[in-house]
Design a protein around this ligand. Structure first.
Ligand code: NDP
Length: 307
């Protein structure tokens, strides 16, 4: 039976360090980092995600604000607003909450953000720097995964890593980071043949697919480390009971919200693994902490502050 790799302690440690540094700069320079989150439309999940980012940053002394624009905002108007924020001296970080309404192309909009303010690390300039293993703002979820592995002393050098999922937000940048850490990386996706066999080669298996409990225990090599990135809402009570047994917290979720949040990995995989991240309570907590770290980083670089 493996151990659960909880994200909370590390996330709190990172946020505390950011808070202390923000306070230090505030005392020394009377300036604090500024973060703007842009929300286009009224997607409920996006509102919740963005509010939690705003709340977290305010708790650390970061000046944070949400800019809400109507769902029918044209690309040209959105890019013009971003151009203004690029020029605004007290704004260090700009993030556009994804997904965007159908008429807007994420790539097109993200390209409008100044790379030095791109705290999500999705701008092609920053992704290119990541591929080149050079300095730059890096995507928060993959960075959180690397930090979590480091914190738990899981070495990457020479290890077989299998990443399931090839999105620009998680899978691809994570594969680049793991490669930079000298791991041997395989990326899988929906056209991969015999996914279970490929996954079973992994010393470190990462699932970032958006498919509830898709990765079964038999996909996991004995004593592998499993990172479950998935955040999925599961409403099927019988399925939840099958996966988690009698679980008071999940029963309560189902009764109160009509769903519970589950990962991409069948939780029973922990029995074969050496360690596995829980959902919720694992990688998700680190994503926000890494956003805070990126915002501080952008602030220091832009305003040329030394620690
Ligand atoms: P995407 O939908 O953009 O990408 C999913 C990837 O999984 C695709 O590459 C897809 O392949 C692959 N995939 C889907 N089905 C299969 C399958 N049956 N076999 C193999 N591969 C498959 O998702 P994201 O990367 O944005 O997110 C993935 C998950 O991570 C989601 O649950 C999301 O909510 C969660 N997430 C969590 C975060 C956190 O903070 N913990 C942050 C961001 C996301 P193909 O390319 O061929 O379609």
């Amino acid at each position: 039976m493996g151990v659960w790799l909880e994200g909370r302690a590390l996330a709190e440690k990172i946020k505390q360090e950011v808070k202390e540094e923000v306070e230090h700069f505030r005392e020394k320079t009377n300036q604090v980092p500024g973060l703007i989150g842009i929300l286009v439309g009224e997607n409920k999940s996006s509102q919740i995600y963005l509010r939690s980012k705003e709340k977290a940053s305010q708790g650390l002394g970061i000046a944070s604000q949400i800019l809400t624009l109507p769902a029918n905002t044209e690309a040209r108007a959105l890019k013009a607003r971003i151009a203004e924020l690029n020029q605004q001296e007290d704004v260090d970080g700009i993030l556009v909450q994804l997904p965007l309404p159908g008429h807007l192309k994420a790539h097109d909009i993200i390209c409008a953000i100044s790379p030095e303010k791109d705290v999500d690390g999705f701008h092609p300039f920053n992704l290119g720097s990541l591929l080149a293993n050079e300095e730059g703002l890096k995507p928060c979820t993959p960075m959180g995964i690397i930090e979590l592995l480091r914190y738990n002393r899981v070495p990457l050098e020479g290890k077989e890593v299998v990443v399931i999922g090839r999105s620009l937000i998680v899978g691809k940048p994570l594969a680049a980071m793991m490669t930079n850490e000298n791991a041997t990386v395989t990326i899988c996706h929906s056209r991969t043949k015999d996914l279970a066999a490929v996954a079973a080669r992994a010393d470190i298996l990462v699932a970032a697919m958006g498919k509830p409990a898709f990765v079964k225990p038999e996909f996991v090599k004995e004593s592998a480390v499993v990172i479950d990135v998935g955040i999925n809402q599961l409403a099927d009570a019988a399925r939840v009971r099958d996966l988690f047994g009698e679980d008071e917290k999940r029963e309560k979720d189902l009764a109160e919200k009509g769903y519970t949040v589950v990962g991409d990995v069948d939780p029973r995989a922990v029995e074969r693994a050496a360690a596995m991240t829980p959902v919720p309570g694992g990688v998700g907590l680190l994503t926000v902490a890494m956003l805070m770290k990126n915002t501080l980083e952008a602030f220091k670089r832009r305003r040329r502050f030394e620690p």
